[in-house]
Ligand binder design. Structure first.
Ligand code: OGA
Ligand code: NI
Length: 353
């Protein structure tokens, strides 16, 4: 597994002043797809993804309640929500943000010490580049395996700034706990035993993707992150600075997400769609870039443990309504990383005919 090496977009902007956008990044038609300016266009008056209160969910964990019901609707009708009042301490969030910002301010040569190696996904670079003539995203990223701890490949973990590793260690564990607790409520909401999902997440994997989107003088002609759905179970994205850019596909057009400060933007991934036989679906999303300001985010991708078979849970299947194949997790991921990001194309390959 790997991704073809591409230049750093941040370095390109630094070298050229950013006025010149190489052809490989120009995709005016893709960038110009319709964006919802207010409301989501379906007339129900909901202009933004639902906001869920984590503390309320925790209080309701044993008996269910209004907040759990709201979470169920968010998962069913949106596939995306913002989680506020979550249990990751403020200082853990703030330290992670500061370390990420400082890392991307380091000289290009220093960042390159953590560059991806041929045939590997982890490290500083880019993902999903599978051909020389493919259009490229206007971004750099740092991809790290964070859970379980023995999967960590510390040579790709920046040692500058000096607090980066400890910040990511604390962040990673706290986010895994949030994810586990969300999955417990989600299992309950689906009429499953808590263990049906929780057992698969004992020693569950987590990978983080730290995204750096440089500003672009021709922002309306490039895409920061191509439309895709995430392959994993559940993703928790933290907006690192004040610049927005995430958009989700809703009723055929792109709805910009307006992150609440400190909240997680949570979304359902492909594996969850497969496990639930389509009850909860992954939603296509993308990132656009700003003409003048850089944008940073950190996505934590939660997976079950490495031995999990990815296929519809028996509790979720009727007589012959299995919509998806069953595949071991590693094969599932191999196919994902070998596929160019293109909406929900990858998941199509996981469907039974
Ligand atoms: C991702 C992702 C969104 C963002 O990394 O998979 O969707 O806001 N990121 O950067
Ligand atoms: Ni994503």
């Amino acid at each position: 597994m790997g991704s073809l090496p591409v230049p750093s977009v941040q370095a390109l902007v630094a070298a050229t002043g950013g006025d010149d956008v190489p052809l490989r990044y120009l995709r005016p038609e893709a960038a110009a797809e319709a964006v919802t300016s207010d409301g989501d266009g379906d007339g129900d008056g909901e202009a933004q993804i639902p906001i869920i209160d984590h503390q309320r969910l925790l209080l309701e964990l044993d008996h269910g309640g209004e907040e759990s019901a709201r979470l169920h609707r968010a998962c069913q009708d949106w596939g995306f929500f913002q989680l506020v009042n979550h249990s990751v301490p403020d200082d853990v969030v703030e330290s992670m943000k500061a370390n990420i910002q400082q890392f991307f301010q380091l000289p290009a040569e220093t960042k390159k010490r953590f560059a991806q190696e041929q045939g590997q996904l982890e490290g500083y670079g880019q993902l999903f580049v599978v051909s020389e003539d493919q259009k490229l995203d206007w971004a750099d990223m740092l991809f790290l395996y964070t859970q379980p701890p023995e999967m960590r490949n510390t040579k790709f973990w920046p040692d500058q700034p000096a607090t980066f590793r400890s910040a990511l260690d604390r962040y990673s564990g706290a986010v895994k706990d949030v994810s586990d607790s969300l999955l417990a409520t989600m299992a309950k909401n689906l009429g499953l035993k808590r263990e049906a999902i929780a057992d698969k997440c004992i020693r569950g994997m987590q990978k983080v993707r730290i995204n750096y989107y440089p500003p672009c003088a021709q922002a309306e002609k490039v895409v920061g992150l191509s439309p895709h759905s995430d392959a994993n179970l559940l993703t928790l994205v933290l907006q690192v600075n004040h610049v927005q850019g995430l958009q989700i596909k809703r009723n055929g057009s792109w709805l910009p997400v307006k992150p609440v400060s400190g909240a997680f933007v949570v979304n359902i991934g492909d594996m969850f769609e497969v496990l639930t036989n389509g009850r909860y679906r992954s939603i296509e999303h993308r990132a656009v870039v700003h003409p003048k300001e850089e944008r940073l985010s950190i996505a934590a991708f939660q997976f079950p443990n490495i031995d999990t078979m990815i296929g519809p849970l028996k509790e979720m299947t009727g007589h012959e309504d299995d919509a998806y194949k069953t595949l071991d997790l590693e094969s599932f991921m191999k196919i994902f990383f070998a596929t160019k990001l293109e909406g929900k194309n990858f998941l199509e390959q996981m469907k039974l005919n």
